[in-house]
Ligand binder design. Structure first.
Ligand code: GLV
Length: 300
């Protein structure tokens, strides 16, 4: 089996993936982008993590594009992606678990005011605030995919009042009106781009907080900053941004009402993800059904 491994990896990261994949697919020969360009007709499958645009075209025997990322918005934005080749996104149980942990950390921190206590420590200020119970905190999770479900499960297990929403389900504004914390775990598609805008924030009750663990382009940054500045929103926890790394001059970095993570809410874990990729590569080459196929028209 000849497989192209392509992505925006650093050298260490590529070596880590290569080791993890070779351990579970010992029969594979791995090519990088340059190798695939010199021998395009041997490549049977591609394992990719934000591959350079154009790197998957002109491979006549390609049977599967397996993403190492859960979100395939950047991959699908490559207009040279070969039309007839199936694309599978990564569904990694370890990644789902990590997303549940991050969502729970954000909810706990917002509920108990731990972000404020961290701020007060920087000011050497000893001040206790009121303590609510978890079941008094209403959390809305946007997205009912792998990540959304994992997050909702983790939070509900701690006693929070959790509601989930999917784009083709019930109307969103009434649910927003009751949410004290809204967590975004939607896929990025033309329908969800910019969903977290001024109207979205206005529909939340005063004092609500927002957690974005999906994609930066879901949020209209200027509208979020305005909602924080007016005091309507209490806090935002942001893991993802329009430009990554977040530019040093971006106001989110130093905003007291914003907690920034470096797109680290849930990393793909090579140990478990390699096994998932291996099963799909073998299935594709044997003509068997492949798991977690992406619908290109739907966008995830
Ligand atoms: C991370 O954001 C991913 O899509 O895997």
């Amino acid at each position: 089996m000849n497989v192209l491994l392509s992505g925006d990896f650093g050298a260490d990261e590529r070596a880590r993936w290569q080791r993890a994949l070779a351990a579970v697919i010992p029969e594979a020969r791995w090519l990088d982008e340059a190798g695939a360009r010199t021998q395009p007709d041997v490549v049977q499958a591609a394992v990719v993590a934000n591959p350079p645009p154009g790197s998957l075209q002109g491979l006549p025997r390609l049977r599967l594009i397996q993403s190492l990322w859960a979100g395939v918005d950047r991959l699908l934005a490559d207009t040279t992606l070969p039309a007839g080749v199936p694309v599978a996104r990564m569904v990694d149980p370890a990644m789902n678990a990590a997303m549940g942990e991050t969502a729970l950390w954000a909810v706990l921190s917002l509920h108990r005011g731990f972000f404020e206590y961290a701020q007060r420590q920087r000011e050497a200020r000893w001040q206790v605030h009121a303590q609510r119970r978890a079941d008094e905190v209403r959390v809305l999770v946007l997205g009912q995919g792998q990540m959304g479900r994992a997050a909702a499960r983790c939070i509900a297990q701690q006693g929070y009042a959790v509601t989930s929403w999917r784009r083709d389900g019930t109307p969103l504004p009434p649910l927003l009106g009751r949410a004290q914390i809204a967590i975004n775990l939607l896929p990025l598609t033309p329908d969800t781009r910019g969903l977290l805008d001024a109207a979205f924030f206005a529909a939340l009750p005063p004092g609500a907080s927002v957690v974005n663990l999906a994609r930066g382009a879901h949020v209209v940054d200027a509208d979020l900053l305005a909602a924080l500045a007016s005091g309507h929103l209490h806090h935002a926890v942001l893991d993802v941004f329009h430009t990554e790394p977040l530019p040093p001059e971006h106001p989110f970095w130093r905003h007291p009402g914003v907690t920034v993570l470096p797109h680290a809410a849930a990393l793909t874990d090579p140990r478990s993800a390699a096994t998932v990729a291996a099963a799909n590569l073998r299935a594709a080459l044997a003509g068997q059904p492949v798991a977690h196929l992406v619908s290109r028209s739907v966008g995830y």
